[in-house]
Design a protein around this ligand. Structure first.
Ligand code: URA
Length: 424
């Protein structure tokens, strides 16, 4: 077998065998096949796609490239959640303690920011002292004792995805349904939970920008899940405008705290409650309505917020020390009208540029910067009224760029619903 024949086969749109996929992927993981040949194969996959069988085989090869976690030592079920990534997507920080406060255990491994999207681990690390690494026994003990732990991806888990994802990020090969499905599902299966909800973001601030592609991806992930006896539900949610009001690490943590106290933005609160209701219902076998009631009660009676404090304390974070920049600028509306669009992708890139994300892999993040929206889609604004606040540290000239993210018209226009579809 040789890698050039495999690349040519995929270039011609032919189906690869399990052995050929394994040869290519494991050759790359073991550093016997160089970056440039795998990049070429990945591009052929992006352009010609993969059959269901090839996607199953790719998932299996990736899954077997490292260790699999057994959650047997956790008493009862453990659930998991994944998001395909978006701007202002801080759901895990609210969802995880909310679930635990309702008695549903979550053992979650999360990622860092990628491209224009933020990452849960970076957000958690904006809480001074918060530790996002622990050994496996500590992880399990924490899930058993308080019902929730969130850490970075363990190194020995799906190493093939780590190497391939880093390459895809810099070779224009991220946007491919078989590659995304196998990347997400190999990690979810290796992480051990049996009940999984995937938040599939759709829109200009997401990897998937059409509903058809989101449906195709969701159906593929559900099929992969079935092969491994995993119950997977996909919630397709809008990502044309940012989720919630805040974008930027510490600002998002503060918004999560407000949401857990019941004062969060409507879109974020609604999405978290929906995801939590599915997971609680899958875990406990109760109806969706009963599960939803539990989440609402837990936010109202303070249990959800108290669980967040317990979770942060267990991972050595200090919420009283969270800092945001004190250089705050108000962005004023250039005209009167209705907000018809807020460009999530552009805002994600602006926050990255002012230090809230990484341009190069080794960049240090400035946790204190970001943007807080004062207006959302559908809101009426008068000339000179505030559209947003920007928290800066360096003297970046982004004020006009932020104004350009808002499209203001004379009439409201069509407002996209946040939840587009649920696929089971
Ligand atoms: N999230 C992942 O984990 N992998 C992808 O390929 C895309 C989004």
């Amino acid at each position: 077998m040789n890698i050039i024949d495999i690349i040519n086969k995929k270039r011609l749109g032919l189906e690869l065998t399990y052995e050929e996929i394994s040869y290519a992927i494991m050759g790359f993981v073991n550093e016997e096949i160089p970056d440039y040949q795998i990049s070429s194969l990945l591009m052929a996959i992006v352009l010609n796609g993969m059959s269901d069988k090839e996607t199953f085989d790719l998932t299996e090869v990736m899954l077997n490239s490292g260790e699999k976690i057994s959650l047997n030592k956790v008493e009862g079920n453990v659930v998991d959640k994944h998001s395909t990534g978006g701007v202002g997507d801080k759901v895990t920080l609210v969802l995880a303690p909310l679930l635990a406060s309702c008695g549903t255990k979550i053992a979650k491994m999360s990622g860092r920011g990628l491209g224009f999207t933020g990452g849960t681990i970076d957000k958690l690390e904006s809480i001074p002292g918060f530790e996002t690494t622990m050994n496996f026994d500590e992880f399990i003990n924490q899930v058993n004792s308080i019902g929730v732990a969130v850490i970075g991806q363990m190194n020995n888990l799906v190493p093939a995805d780590k190497k391939i994802y880093a390459l895809r990020d810099v070779t224009g090969t991220v946007e491919s349904i078989p590659l995304i499905a196998s990347s997400i599902m190999s990690k979810k299966i290796a992480s051990g939970a049996d009940k999984i909800v995937i938040d599939v973001k759709v829109g200009n601030g997401a990897l998937i920008n059409t509903i058809d592609k989101a449906r195709e991806l969701s159906k593929m992930m559900i099929k992969i899940g079935k092969k491994y006896n995993k119950e997977v539900v996909c919630i397709l949610s809008d990502m044309n405008s940012p989720l919630g009001n805040s974008i930027g690490n510490a600002l998002e943590v503060i918004e999560c705290i407000e949401t857990l106290k019941g004062n969060g933005p409507k879109d974020l609160t609604g999405l978290v409650i929906l995801l939590a209701s599915y997971l609680i219902s899958m875990d406990k076998g109760v109806s969706l309505d009963d599960a939803k009631l539990m989440t609402i009660q837990s936010i109202r009676n303070g249990n959800a917020y108290n669980k967040f404090v317990e979770f942060v304390n267990a991972q050595k974070g200090n919420i009283n020390e969270i800092k945001v920049s004190d250089k705050v600028f108000s962005i004023k509306s250039p005209k009167t009208g209705f907000i018809c669009e807020i460009d999530a992708l552009a805002l994600g890139n602006i926050v990255k540029k002012i230090g809230g994300g990484r341009i190069n892999k080794k960049d240090k993040i400035d946790y204190t910067v970001g943007v807080v929206l004062s207006k959302k889609i559908g809101d009426y604004v008068v000339e000179n009224e505030e559209l947003a606040k920007v928290y800066l540290n360096k003297k970046d000239l982004v004020l006009n760029e932020i104004i350009n993210c808002f499209k203001i018209e004379n009439s409201v226009g069509k407002i996209n619903p946040l939840i587009k579809e649920i696929i089971k």
